[in-house]
Design a protein around this ligand. Structure first.
Ligand code: FAD
Length: 333
């Protein structure tokens, strides 16, 4: 029997849910409280030791099935020249791919399903309002006024942790470092098979496949993370921040045109290629908010169409998410 018998985990995010599963597998009784009923965010990538941890708690096959496995990361300059390529093939277990990228809501769905299978109660809309350390454990008061007692309480409520404030006041308040990430969800370009990073000035762009049809496109820029964007500002901001990236895949100004083959008599495609136009279309979404596409098209949208369609919401962690019109996106898989 473990010395710790009863644990309360506050926050059903990445760490909270995985920890709860691992504890339950060790015979510990666990409850999880989660304040919000919606899972925000776009993609998340896991590699190496994280993959081994997922294997240990029996979730790795679910992630490989629901996400997109890959084993390489290539780093480019803003013109597209390859600076270095990493092959992570041996970073996870020999029988598994090194990395998996997955939509955050799918990650949450898989971990929460496993927690439910193990009989771990997840109480949505709930949090702790008071914590009192006692000699034999912790007395907690919840937001519905009820009280309980646990051997250990784990604060897994994220970077802006309310539990940290409850315990320490303003002593360990988070300090913005001046970087923010605009996270986009796009139709997948055929050439994106692994993770691609590109550095342009102080901006970093990443492209990662999330599924057969979709990819994750976080753009890291130096900007006050507390800044919130109006809807009409987001797409122009992304396009402006991409200006330094001259590699064809990031060409936001001139749609690349196929050269007319003089020997051909047929009509040539002179419109934007899938590669260039898709890369310019910031159309992000938490899939929960994006109904399945009725148009059934995965055709990349032009930046202008996306600019009209995009809407913006701010995540609780301060990042900005742009959501594209469902008709411009393939449904997340
Ligand atoms: C833009 C960005 C990209 C990232 N990409 C990656 C990546 O690719 N790979 C990677 O490994 N890491 C990535 N990270 C880091 C990773 O997201 C964090 O390390 C991880 O989410 C931390 O897990 P957590 O459980 O501590 O917090 P979170 O995952 O943030 O979970 C906190 C949970 O607590 C809930 N909560 C908040 N307040 C309360 C409250 N008062 N009571 C109850 N519940 C509450 C929240 O709703 C949430 O569900 C990224 C981070 C950012 C910002």
């Amino acid at each position: 029997m473990p010395a710790v018998k009863r644990v309360l985990v506050v926050g059903a995010g990445v760490c909270g849910t995985v920890l709860a599963i691992a504890l339950k597998q060790q015979g510990v009784e666990v409850d999880i409280l989660e304040l919000y009923d919606e899972v925000l965010g776009v993609g998340v990538e896991f590699s190496g030791n994280t993959m081994r941890a997922l294997e240990q708690i029996g979730l790795i096959d679910d992630f490989i099935a629901e996400g997109q496995p890959y084993s390489r990361m290539n780093v480019h300059d803003s013109a597209g020249n390859l600076l270095i390529g990493y092959d992570f093939s041996r970073a996870a277990s020999p029988q598994y791919p090194a990395c998996v990228a997955i939509l955050r809501p799918k990650f949450a769905g898989a971990t929460r399903r496993r927690a439910a299978q193990l009989g771990i109660p997840l109480r949505i809309g709930m949090t702790v309002t008071e914590l009192v350390n006692e000699p034999d454990g912790v007395r907690v008061t919840l937001n519905d006024g009820s009280q309980d007692r646990y051997d250990v309480v784990v604060a897994a409520d994220g970077a802006m942790s309310d539990m940290r404030t409850l315990l320490h006041g303003d002593r360990f308040r988070h300090k913005p470092l001046g970087q923010t990430v605009l996270r986009c969800y796009l139709p997948r370009l055929p050439e994106i098979k692994d993770e691609l990073n590109a550095y342009g000035g102080r901006n970093v762009v990443t492209l990662v496949p999330l599924s057969r049809d979709s990819m994750y496109f976080p753009l890291s820029i130096p900007m006050d993370p507390e800044r919130r964007f109006e809807e009409h500002e987001l797409v122009p901001t992304v396009l402006k921040e991409l200006e330094e990236f001259t590699a064809p895949i990031f060409d936001t100004r001139k749609p690349s045109r196929k050269k007319r083959d003089p020997s051909s008599t047929g009509s040539q495609n002179t419109s934007a290629t899938g590669a260039s136009s898709a890369a310019t279309a910031p159309a992000t979404s938490e899939p929960k908010r994006v109904p399945r596409s009725t148009s059934g098209t995965s055709a990349p949208a032009s930046p202008r169409r996306c600019a009209t369609a995009a809407r913006v919401s701010s995540t609780r962690s301060g990042n900005v998410v742009a959501s594209g019109s469902p008709s411009l996106l393939p449904a997340p898989r």
